[in-house]
Design a protein. Structure first.
Length: 157
């Protein structure tokens, strides 16, 4: 089965999800995803789970609160499927005629660029209020602290 036929099997909502992830750099906060694609979470979640089962996305839990938050990330397979779909409909140029607007591929990034692209501040749901309200402080940020601990070896290199 080719990637083109795989993308034809995607629902409209699944295409919207993959397109949003692709255009936003490969990841998005799940709770903000629904508003961005114009569906409610109850009807969108089955599509998200189907994409996850097919290996087109992953979901990473962030935080330890009772109400779990997730970061939805585009996998290489998902990126390939959505790029081929977008190229087929003419929404992005073919790689051989790439422009400055064309999204960088992961293999084109240096290790430090790859690491920095995962910095939780880039997709934090509290970014607008960070450090303005005492509760949201970068020095006490659970997301940032966890990221530093997980990536400590990479940071030292």
């Amino acid at each position: 089965m080719t990637s083109a036929s795989k993308s034809e099997e995607l629902s409209e909502i699944e295409i919207k999800i993959l397109t949003l992830l692709y255009k936003s750099g490969g990841q998005y906060v799940q709770r903000n995803l629904w508003k961005a694609i114009g569906v409610d979470g109850k009807s969108g979640l089955p599509h998200l789970l189907r994409l996850e089962r097919r290996g087109y996305i992953t979901r990473e839990r962030i935080g330890e609160s009772k109400r779990a938050q997730y970061i939805v990330k585009l996998t290489p397979d998902g990126r390939k499927v959505i790029e081929e779909y977008l190229q087929r409909i003419g929404a992005i140029p073919k790689p051989e005629v790439a422009t400055l607007e064309y999204t960088l591929r992961e293999h084109e990034l240096s290790p430090i660029e790859k690491l920095l692209s995962t910095l939780p501040c880039l997709f934090c749901p509290y970014l607008q209020v960070c450090s303005k309200i005492k509760y949201f402080d970068p020095a006490r940020c659970e997301f940032l602290s966890r990221w530093i601990v997980v990536n400590a070896r990479s940071i030292q290199a």
